[in-house]
Design a protein around this ligand. Structure first.
Ligand code: SF4
Ligand code: SF4
Length: 92
């Protein structure tokens, strides 16, 4: 039987680097951004809008790359985590 996305996500593990591989370039752009859409399309729920600021929980990034094309203001600097860090997928 096909697994739900939640069941699949339960299988992933992370080895977080100390430094974020994701950077918001301009918080003022986020304040102007209608709906803060990165909080909707990111499967890792990495982006959280709190008060007047975007917080980035890079440790949970799935490295899907969606935020490279999904941010309407091109306001996210995206890099791969350093070698040996980031998400580890397990197939089951
Ligand atoms: S989609 Fe881009 S501009 Fe909009 S809130 Fe997210 S990072 Fe900021
Ligand atoms: S690469 Fe994917 S999982 Fe990581 S922050 Fe961007 S949208 Fe979220």
């Amino acid at each position: 039987m096909a697994k739900t996305i939640e069941e699949k996500q339960y299988l992933v593990r992370y080895k977080a680097d100390k430094k974020s591989h994701l950077t918001i370039l301009n918080q003022e752009e986020c304040a102007k951004c209608e709906g803060q859409v990165c909080t909707l399309f990111c499967p890792g729920e990495v982006y959280k809008w709190e008060g007047d600021r975007m917080f980035v929980g890079y440790e949970g990034c799935h490295e899907c790359g969606s935020c490279r094309i999904g941010c309407p203001s091109d306001n996210i600097k995206w890099e791969y985590p350093l070698g040996g860090h980031g998400i580890v997928f397990r197939l089951a």
